[in-house]
Design a protein around this ligand. Sequence first.
Ligand SMILES: Nc1ncnc2c1ncn2[C@@H]1O[C@H](COP(=O)(O)OP(=O)(O)OP(=O)(O)O)[C@@H](O)[C@H]1O
Length: 642
Amino acid sequence: MDTVKLTDEPVADQDEEGLFGEIDLVTTADIEVPQSLIDQVIGQEQAVEVIRKAAIQRRHVMMIGTPGTGKSMLAKAMSELLPKEEMQDILVYPNSDDNNNPLIRTVPSGRGKEIVGAHKMDARKRAQWRNMLMLMIVFGIIGYALISGMLLMGIIAVAFIFLAFRTMMPRDDVMVPKLLVSTSKDAKAPFIDATGSQAGALLGDVRHDPFQSGGLETPSHDRVEAGAIHRSHKGVLFIDEINTLTPHSQQNLLTALQEGEFPITGQSERSSGAMVRTEPVPCRFVMIAAGNLDAMQGMHPALRSRIRGYGYEVYMKETIDDTPKNREKFIRFIAQEVKNDGKIPPFDRSAISEVIREARRRSNRKGHLTLKLRDLGGLVRVAGDIARGEGAEVTTAQHVIAAKETARSVEDQISDEYIRRSRDYDLTIVSGTAIGKVNGLAVMGSDSGSVLPIVAEVTPAQGASGTVIATGLLKEIAQESIKNVSAILKKFTGKDIRNIDIHVQFIGTYQGVEGDSASVSVATAVISAIEGIPVRQDVAMTGSLSVRGDVLPIGGVTYKIEAAAKAGIKQVFIPASNLGDVLIENRYKSMIEIIPVSHIEEILERALVPENREGFLVKLRKLAEHAVQPQKSQSQTEPGVA
Ligand SMILES: Nc1ncnc2c1ncn2[C@@H]1O[C@H](COP(=O)(O)OP(=O)(O)OP(=O)(O)O)[C@@H](O)[C@H]1O
């Protein structure tokens, strides 16, 4: 069993040669940033290929993946790639036969404004003519009244005429069509983001009219509003988190996709707009639906089937291999973010190295770089802002390191706060020994670790046979993993656990425990409780456990080790197969010793207090020797034991 020495050399120095390979640059200003959006996409080659194909054929696409991996960027890029089409303006006209069924007309791009302008001009002329006529009549009456001395009668007649003109003559703007969707001739295909839209914003709406009579009403065609599906006519309609749309909206969206046109009606039942329904309005858009895996479950099956039948589904990658070619792309990514921001100074080689190191760290996987580039872009911008604030010409590694401190996730900040609180109340003890208590490790959110104390207690069985009772906010996999621990207990304690109930408590699990990475800690805590051997509290551990006691890899190892170091833990046991994933910050390296392990026995040997463990270890070895003979047949039955 080895402990791991991590050097304290700044990474920029360690890596710089290998990191930049053939690339000759002083700062990111030397890197050329591609013009088109699709060429700016990093690491999602498969998605890029799908988008290119789908654009040529005008197919729909569903992109599933983690937020910030470039889904909306690809959707925008698709609108740039769509084959050039004649754009159309959409107009809505009053219908003299049925006021509640406004008419829809499409005209070539740019004509819509001209038509509405011409109608308005006409209406203005008619209004001027009418006003002139009214003035002439009024002056005539006043003149006659003055001559004939019937002034009072004259005033009454003028008022009557005025009212008659206002209420009985049709209003001139009533016949002016409304420009529902306006496009310009040279514009690219529209890109409309309808994420989180209510039914009205998505499918169009007709506004309510509080004055529905007496000449004060607004004509129904004037109250019609286009929806995102209409505004994206001949372009791209992007909907992220598609599962958040109501089933009713999804059903209507499906109809719009199938028909290529969709009438607009008032979406609120109580509004006067609900009585209005236009002729079908064209909406031939390409839909890009996006979301994480949950989105697929919440999606209307018919809508999903429509996309599958007439388009592509693509899964967004979360990491890419850490190869020279991919690192080159990452350098270009930093250059892109700097250029797109426009205000921050370029990054020098040391700053680039630091960002790439962070990309490795955030990938949570050995030999990989993260593709959650929105977050990484955030780090680039914060580092740039710090450099700019200092008036620096270039952004350096120091600025990136400072940015990492500033741009910490809320989970990370909460985790610190939790560590402080648990110290105040002695919830997490990082020194001395205790029976049945182990410092486990957990991940909060996606990038923050925390120490998770686990306590076990053994009592005589209440029922016919012993049970394992776990408390704390445990999700399904965590519950399952605890059941599996009983197989280990039989093997490692040699005791018949039918006569005992084992209680396991996860302390302070406000966020809930997912996954089975606490199973080594549970096993150690329970063995300690059953055997009455104290566990060192200055150690922490993480790892999944096979029913045979092998320690299996887990996620988030870097963040877990950092959390243990922050809490004051001196040694941490991690699965040996996770060793390559460890990319902890330099400042933690001298604070903690990392011990890779392959089997629970290695943990027990180290974590149980030496004075008390010898008898147990001798027994353990004997049990292991016994187990060698029948191991083959036993291993086939073990997985069923829980
Ligand atoms: N693959 C990528 N290549 C280059 N830049 C990227 C990539 N992914 C994300 N980015 C950067 O992150 C920003 C945000 O990404 P984007 O909005 O496309 O993510 P998303 O997957 O749509 O996330 P969400 O689902 O939360 O909307 C982009 O504008 C871009 O600057």
